[in-house]
Design a protein around this ligand. Sequence first.
Ligand SMILES: Cc1ncc(C[n+]2csc(CCOP(=O)(O)OP(=O)(O)O)c2C)c(N)n1
Ligand code: SF4
Ligand SMILES: [Mg+2]
Length: 295
Amino acid sequence: MRTNYEIDEAGVFLSGHHACAGCGEALAVRYVINTMGSRTIAVVPPSCIAIIAGLQPNSSMHVPIVHGTLESSAAAAAGIKRALVSQGKDGVNVLVMAGDGGTYDIGFQALSGAAERNEDMVYVCMDNEGYMNTGAQKSGSTPHLASTASTPGGKLTGKKNIAEIMAAHRIPYVATATVGYPDDLARKVAKARDMKGMRFIVVLTPCIDGWGLPENAAVGISRLAVETGVFPLIEVEDGVRYTINHGSKGVPVERYFEGQKRFRHLSPEQIAQLQAEVDEGWSLLQSRVECGPTG
Ligand SMILES: Cc1ncc(C[n+]2csc(CCOP(=O)(O)OP(=O)(O)O)c2C)c(N)n1
Ligand code: SF4
Ligand SMILES: [Mg+2]
């Protein structure tokens, strides 16, 4: 899928950072921060993103970074934006880049409160489906039956649907994206940047270490996540207007699991169960779409 969106490599993300080679999260950070532009203040809680951002004076990003706590990113961003507005600096973008642990779980209270108040920020969740910075433990985003450091036999519960949860707050904009489709990702970030109120984007960012991937696999595996329907690309406006940006090609989910060490223990019965779960999720999503697929 191509959206013909021109990715702006504005040079806000600099060469040289401390992520693992091939890290999907670092790639997403590059697209997001370059698209947001240099008139941006970013809040980054503890995560691999904070490692990628690095410490001053050697930060990989050419914008101010506020290193907050894992619980408080959305509250911090709301306060920063309000302070800027009170100083007459309306044109500065306030961005959160938080991991899934800092979004689905530990930072969720602050995020939900900020969404209820429709605070003016772009909140991007870099979703690598686990607490990777601390050794790949499971989070509320880890998929059903995936093996992690804290669920070595496979996670017994499912992945929370954070896009649906945020859409239920009826905020102006919710989207999903992934590094496998960078022009779609950059288009969504630019769209969110130019809106007002609470905008939320969850970006699937494969983790080389936690998913058990070769260093060159992040882009290909995130494409498969979309093509199998495991991670649909969608936009939701005002909590009700759903668009699917990429129609499922119906690739079997087994193709997505192949090559990821976190799924190598799955039995044929478990793969069939996961296929049924993906099919059900896809049908539910279709029922929410008013407009047809655009991609
Ligand atoms: C309240 C709290 N609990 C635990 C930690 C330890 N901690 C630091 S980073 C991190 C992992 C965060 O995972 P995620 O948000 O998914 O980001 P990732 O490392 O995967 O990019 C944890 C648990 C912390 N800093 N604060
Ligand atoms: S542990 Fe995973 S998310 Fe963290 S830097 Fe390495 S590849 Fe990236
Ligand atoms: Mg994570």
